[in-house]
Design a protein around this ligand. Sequence first.
Ligand code: ATP
Length: 841
Amino acid sequence: MARTRKKRKNSSFTDERLRLITGLLFVFFSLFALLAFVSYFMTWKEDQSLVDLSIGKIYEQSGAEIGNWAGKAGLVLSSLFIHKWFGIASLGFLLITFLAGLHLWKIRPLPFWQTTKNTLIIIILASAFLGYFFGDKWFILGGGHGYFITQWLNAMLGKAGTILFLLLITFVFVLYRFRQLYLMLRNKVENIRSGHNKAHEAQPEEDQPDDAYLNEPPQEDIQSDDPDPNDQIDDQKKDTDNNIDFEIEEAQNEEEEVYDRESERTSAEDIDNDANQKQGNGFDDNLMDINVSYEGDDEVTPGQQEKAQQEDEQENGIGMEVEEAKDEEVVKKSKPLERQGKYDPRRDLEHYKMPTFDMLPRIEQKNSPQRVSQEELEANKQRIVETLGNYNITIDKIKATIGPTVTLYEIIPAPGVRISKIKNLEDDIALSLAALGIRIIAPMPGKGTVGIEVPNQNPEIVSMHSVIASKRFQESEMQLPVALGKTITNETFVMDLTKLPHLLVAGATGQGKSVGLNVILTSLLYKKHPSELKLVLVDPKKVELSLYNKIDKHFLAQVPDAEEPIITDTQKVIDTLNSLTVEMDNRYDLLKNAHARSLKEYNKKFIERKLNPENGHRFLPYFVIVVDEYADLIMTAGKEIEMPIARLAQKARAIGIHLIIATQRPTTNIITGVIKANFPARIAFRVISGVDSKTILDGPGANQLIGRGDMLISTGAEPIRLQCAFVDTPELEKIMDHISEQQSYGQPYELPELQHESGGAGMADLEKRDALFEEAARLIVVHQQGSTSLIQRKFSIGYNRAGRIVDQLEAAGVVGPFEGSKARQVLIPDEYALEQHLSKI
Ligand SMILES: Nc1ncnc2c1ncn2[C@@H]1O[C@H](COP(=O)(O)OP(=O)(O)OP(=O)(O)O)[C@@H](O)[C@H]1O
């Protein structure tokens, strides 16, 4: 919760200046227009000849002949607002603009919207009244509106009818705006109906509460359009025939002023006596006064009341009325509780707008029959039949399905033909068709056929637009839907990242891996609100994902004090992955306490307000972690990277953390058994060798792809061939701009702070100094930079060893203590001082 508040504060920074400037403009306008209006009342006669001119004509004047203190602009403004529109009442507009200015500066002397509504109505009514009374003599008091509206009304209703109509409108407005007055009137009507009005009229002090109501300032909460708890009480009261309850409740709503006036009518002595009596009955003074006044009205017949009054004067009769006060408390208890709506995680950025389709270009597609010419289809068919014929394989039937980049020829071999025989002819068929990238699927899963995929001579690009705009994607109810591309049958392939639940992507350089990652991220950005998704992007190459820097304050997550939103430094990657494991453990605790089995279930409970934020519960966004060039990281940091990745992959599926790791080098030392075991879903773009294909897909195939986004996706069963959609940098930039220009959280989502598992300088044993200790000390002092990753890079050693050396350097007084993500302070100024220092230890 504290974090949310902090974010809000930051996010308002950029808006702050805009508000300040806009507010200033409003206030300036109000003061300028005030000057113009005031002077207009004095100078309008002087400017009379100009007033009737059009605005354009006024501007054509030289200016010397204009009497208005605010010049031409002032004259135009005043003649418009005062002369043409609402006369003197136009001053009300200035109140509104002035308040708007103050409102923007967060100075709220009056409730802005309420005052605006009231003022607008008053402007219209005042102009009409002034037009009615003074329209002929002093036109400018009511302005054009006042004059013409009353002229029209006069014609419609007659003069008397017009004034009655205006009074009626005013009365309705006042009743609507001043609820207390309405309540008072309703009381009156109720009283009249129940035949007690006579008694009211007999008591002159009855009028006093009325005045009190009228004098009351409008109460903001009472006037609001929201259902008012008091209204509901009133309605309940209306439903009941018991007028006693009703009266008691109304008395309670009144201001203390009413009580004071009530009490004025009895002498000080009376009050004292009353008080003594009441205290004896356990009631307070005010309550007693009200009861005396109202209950007398309702309960007692006029005759009885007169008698009661006499008795009152004689200081009697009071105990009965006090008892009635008990009813008041009963009504009070029935006050309904305010209902709280569902929690809406999108509310923080409620005006956030998703990227639109038009940010992605349409790529004109040829109609499917034209995609591959009849001649090409015929020729391929002939060659397949011939090649198989050469090996005495006869075919019963052949069917072609044209996809965006490949055509699938499904053949039904003649009875008795061994399918494995066809499979073995892959290379021969490729040779005879003089085409690369032929893949034989024998048998086709679920069908009694053999499939031969042959690349089209003119492959097509699958536009990102076409997959994003597809019904399948748009109507998908998946939690993290990804529209990856199109299948051979031209259907958009949509998968749910939460179901995979992690993804391994491999492909030789230049075969479409980066485009593939962008397609995945773009799909998510087209479906998710910033409150629902956080991305952790790791890009050791520093170029592939840098575009996403712009949306850091909307969608990215990082460890506290990270310098860059996209993580490029190995040490930072380790810190971030470890921090994510802490987040994972925290989330597990939250889920356990909430008795929820999945993130979806947990968030549902949170939205329904079944989980108390005071117990640490919060809405949990999905995390998608993308690691580009995983091999580079493993080469530099090995197990330090692999372990947290494996841990996350093993456990994080239930709590909404999903990993996508990509590599150019799908070798077994990079994609180890641990990783493979935890990444059941894999995507292969074209790889160089069958061995690489085997590493990534557990079988061949990826080495026979044709590149440029041609891919295989395996989610456990037989791999599916897809043409990955294509998204280019300019459109990605457009999307990033669209997102980054909107209101943000002010900072990236903060991952939990990491408790560094350093052994601590105290633990470092200087007797067992590392062989690189002295060299490392020199390096640190020369660079004046106490960083573990510097030692790691210079000496090509792992993080653990570098960390141990730094601990020893700390123990030796060369560097200062650990300072979170900042480099440690170097305590020795130069090499000479270092030599002296080392000789002493
Ligand atoms: N889905 C696709 N449709 C059409 N062309 C594509 C597709 N994917 C990639 N290409 C083409 O291939 C080129 C290289 O793609 P990409 O940059 O994704 O390769 P890569 O595998 O990430 O390479 P590296 O590992 O060297 O970064 C792109 O510039 C584009 O011309």
